[in-house]
Design a protein around this ligand. Structure first.
Ligand SMILES: [Zn+2]
Length: 658
């Protein structure tokens, strides 16, 4: 899971005095028109509470909401007020605090006719708003989204509703998805289900009852599933999750229909330079024959016999590489699937997700119903206790077999160790996983060193958990130990760089992809970075990591490219570029994201290079990354399992610029 511990992300931001929060927490005061309490869950683990009340304020109404949770020991609090006219047209909006561990919120909007004075992230601007508009800043608090839906219903259900703060406004799409009955004991409750797209990147689900009060909501925070359920309906959480998953997969199937493959079945790619990632020199003016999802033949054009009648895709001047791998993702929303395919990523390893979601996504893609990369999954397990992460725990070694069996039965390739496990439990999980032919990756648990983690049986390590400097005796000893044991490292250097950059340095200075992401993601990342350090200090930290990555590589420890999400799709490119900055050749960096990853997952016989018999998982680029690694960003088409897609259409399908 996102390596929050790596950098103390001291983002300049506001914290709210505990007293102010406590006063907001009281609900149901005499003047309240409405009030509500929602239990908050992160990846289905109960972590907090949102309370809200709506009062009359003269001719207006005022919503006050207090959103408060604790995740892995860190408290997150957000206070929001929204004053609106009787028809719910916003008059004044204010949100202060945090909506997620590293996401600061400090925004204030004052409306005067068509002019909105927007103060957000320290900048103030006047934005002209249309006749129908709303104020909402991120997924939290849910009560604001409840009023957004009510506003939309009262204003003729427009196909698009513009919201501030945005860039300068956001386009939000709300759809009524149907009415459904939820049963709890003898009670049955009829709810309206809404899909909301654009408040955050990706679609959310909101349920309102017949009075318009929010009953449940499912969104994503920091990439992972975040749920809210009316307090008395907590036992129905799993039901809401399942309904939301069905909704989202329906959305992905609709996206898939809107961007059909350009080619499938049998066809040949002719005229490109092929960099097959085996280490052999590039083949110029090559032909690749694809049949039934596999590479039937590849080589110089003259040596490949293409049967008469086979459709030919002329890719003269382009470069074909194996489809890329992202070995550290959390593919927790359907929008990741088109993003990865657009970026040329045809295989991802999921490193922690809702089991129900990731298996549904994996199966929709593998069955051909949905566009997306092949999904391999590592099942997350943490120790017990209040600070544990997720909902799968092993508090004792005796709990290991049930955890491993649960993931094995669900078709997971790996187990992912999380931070609170003790050495004895890690050992029990590893030996049980190995018995099933599964491998084990993950964090080095708190209180263990990387050497202890691999001694306990971990086959792979996520993030660069090596203290000290490259070249020191300690680091050399650790690297020799990893080499001897065949440990695979997924160092997530692009993630460290993204979170650890100096707050004053624009992300675009090292990650040009940030200019292409949708506005809600842009707002999220515009707050990232470390305050109080300069660019040189941030860069020195990155380089310390890169020197260790290079030392691992030189020693023969397999390094695989993983992002921990970051800037969707684009962080894969950055990870590869950073390996070249570390001193890998461009080919070696490309191999880290293809064949070395495939080998780490024991799939190198069927993927990872461009060779006959392997899966037709390919990326077709405008320029050759072997000449200049930045050319990795020029993906024009992607092919997964023999289906060829145009990148630009896929990017646009999830609101990215191509
Ligand atoms: Zn992660």
């Amino acid at each position: 899971m996102r390596a929050m511990r790596m950098v103390a992300v001291a983002i300049a931001g506001m914290t709210i005095a505990a007293g102010a929060m406590a006063s907001l927490a009281r609900t149901g005061s005499a003047a309240a028109l409405e009030h509500g309490r929602l239990r908050l869950f992160y990846v289905q683990k109960p972590i907090g509470l949102e309370t809200y009340e709506i009062t009359r304020a003269g001719d207006a109404v005022e919503l006050k909401s207090d959103f408060d949770f604790t995740d892995r020991g860190g408290r997150v609090q957000l206070a929001a007020t929204l004053r609106a006219a009787r028809d719910l047209t916003p008059l004044r909006f204010r949100a202060t605090g945090k909506s997620y561990r590293f996401v600061n919120v400090d925004s204030e909007i004052t409306i005067d006719g068509r002019a909105a004075l927007v103060r957000a992230d320290g900048a103030t601007e006047t934005v002209t708003v249309p006749q129908t508009f709303f104020t909402v800043d991120g997924y939290a608090p849910f009560a604001v989204q409840m009023l957004l839906v009510r506003y939309w219903r009262q204003h003729g259900r427009p196909p698009v509703i513009q919201t501030v703060p945005g860039r300068p406004v956001n386009d939000v799409v709300i759809e009524h998805r149907g009415r459904e009955t939820i049963r709890i004991g003898p009670q049955s409750l009829v709810l309206d289900r809404y899909a909301i797209d654009g408040v955050v990147w990706g679609r959310e689900t909101l349920w309102l009852d017949d009075s318009g009060a929010i009953v449940a909501a499912i969104t994503r925070a920091g990439g992972l599933g975040f749920e809210a359920v009316r307090e008395d309906l907590e036992p129905m959480l799993g039901d809401f999750v399942q309904r939301s998953i069905r909704d989202r997969l329906g959305d992905l199937e609709a996206i898939t229909r809107s961007v059909p493959p350009l080619r499938r079945g049998s066809f040949a790619l002719v005229g490109a330079t092929v960099v097959d990632a085996t280490g052999r020199p590039p083949v110029h003016d090559a032909a690749i024959l694809i049949r039934n999802g596999r590479i039937a033949d590849v080589g110089p054009r003259a040596d490949v016999s293409v049967p008469a009648g086979t459709p030919i895709a002329d890719v003269t001047g382009k470069t074909v590489i194996p489809g890329l791998w992202d070995m550290h993702t959390h593919a927790t929303q359907i929008e990741w699937a088109p993003v990865y395919m657009a970026a040329g990523v045809t295989t991802v390893r999921d490193m922690g997700n809702e089991l129900e979601f990731v298996t549904a996504l994996r199966d929709a893609i593998s069955s051909g119903r949905a566009v997306g990369p092949r999904v391999l999954a590592a099942g997350l397990v943490d120790g017990g206790g209040p600070d544990a992460f997720g909902v799968v725990y092993a508090a004792t070694p005796e709990a290991a077999p049930a955890v491993v069996a649960k993931y094995h039965d669900a078709g997971f390739e790996q187990i992912k160790i999380y931070s609170l496990l003790t050495p004895a439990i890690v050992e029990a999980i590893c030996s049980e996983a190995h018995r099933f032919g599964m491998t084990v990756t993950g964090h080095v648990p708190n209180g263990m060193t990387i050497d202890q983690a691999v001694s306990a049986g971990m086959d792979q390590i996520a993030h660069l958990a090596i203290r000290g400097d490259a070249g020191s005796d300690d680091v050399n000893r650790t690297i020799a130990n990893l080499k001897a044991r065949g440990t695979v490292i997924d160092p997530t250097q692009s993630w460290n760089e993204l979170l650890g950059h100096a707050a004053g340095t624009p992300i675009a200075a090292f990650q040009p992809g940030v200019t292409k992401i949708p506005p809600p993601l842009n707002r999220l990342f515009s707050n990232a970075g470390v305050a109080g350090i300069d660019a040189a200090t941030a860069r020195a930290r990155v380089e310390r990591g890169l020197r260790i990555v290079k030392a691992l590589h030189d020693a023969g420890v397999p390094v695989v490219a993983g992002t921990d999400e970051g800037i969707p799709g684009h962080s894969v490119y950055r990870e590869i570029e950073l390996y070249v900055e570390a001193g890998f050749t461009p080919l070696e960096a490309l191999q880290a994201a293809t064949i070395v990853s495939a080998r780490a997952m024991k799939l190198d016989r069927e993927a990872g290079t461009i060779e006959p018999g392997k899966r037709a998982d390919l990326a077709i680029l405008d320029a050759n990354p072997i000449d200049e690694i930045r050319n990795i960003r020029t993906v024009r088409w992607s092919i997964a399992g023999g289906r060829m897609y145009e990148s630009s259409a896929l990017w646009k399908s999830v609101r990215f610029q191509p």
